[in-house]
Design a protein around this ligand. Structure first.
Ligand code: A2P
Length: 223
């Protein structure tokens, strides 16, 4: 009998160190607390609540994920296409358990998710699987996504609204980047952390004045 193949994980990614996780959660929660008090946000509240006059507490609205991380490859225990090939890459094997610093350059809020955009370095791009940006993207959005630089989907999911899966963060981020590229940015509001812009249908994008960095470890994760 052949030796049993090593099992593939649920996903690979950069995991924030526990103390970094706390720091990022605090900083980003402060942003949420401010966002739902802004007049510009209140004008579009119905996109979150379904009703114009209702208030929303964004801190309650989003549920925190267990461990903050930036997924590189979703393997689904080997069911995802290219999972085995990715796990066998030399650069992946060499990077496991290594420390790395991630740079968060923007925060996004939609009625579905709360997330952080990650700007990957050239070295980090080596761990970003080719074609991963396009995984699960709706056909209508595909041409816009293909026009974005590789790694545009890199992010940390900070929260999901009830019934929404974390995979939505990357998809909403791509949609926002595509709209920005088409010049479809609306209202802009200056905030302490940076410039907030509105992109229709409850989509908000905060470009950080200063990137937020976070120390991480590259690792695989299985439930
Ligand atoms: P994300 O990386 O956007 O946070 P789950 O707990 O839903 O099984 O997902 C585990 C992790 O894998 C999450 O971080 C999630 O989203 C990511 N993920 C789940 N499904 C996919 C997918 N189809 N493509 C890419 N990433 C996924």
């Amino acid at each position: 009998t052949k030796p049993k193949e090593p099992e593939l994980p649920l996903f690979f990614g950069w995991f924030l160190l526990p103390e970094e996780e706390e720091r990022i959660k605090c900083a980003t929660m402060d942003f949420l607390k401010t966002l739902d008090t802004l007049e510009a946000f209140k004008e579009h509240i119905s996109e979150f609540t379904g009703e114009a006059e209702k208030e929303v507490d964004l801190e309650q609205y989003f549920q925190n994920p267990l461990h903050l991380h930036c997924t590189t490859k979703f393997c689904d225990y080997g069911k995802a296409e290219g999972a085995k090939e990715y796990a066998e890459l030399q650069v992946v094997k060499e990077s496991l358990a290594k420390s790395d610093e991630l740079s968060v350059t923007a925060l996004i809020v939609t009625p579905r998710i709360f997330g952080a955009r990650v700007a990957l370095t050239e070295t980090q791009m080596k761990l970003w699987p080719e074609g991963e940006d396009k995984e699960g993207v709706a056909p209508a959005l595909m041409p816009s996504v293909e026009a974005l630089p590789m790694g545009s989907r890199a992010h940390v999911t900070l929260g999901c609204s009830a019934g929404v899966e974390a995979v939505q963060t990357g998809l909403d981020l791509l949609e926002i980047l595509a709209l920005q590229k088409e010049g479809k940015e609306g209202t802009q509001v200056e905030m302490d952390l940076g410039t907030l812009s509105y992109l229709s249908e409850g989509r908000w994008f905060l470009t950080l004045r200063e990137p937020i960095t976070a120390d991480t470890t590259f690792s695989s994760f299985s439930d």
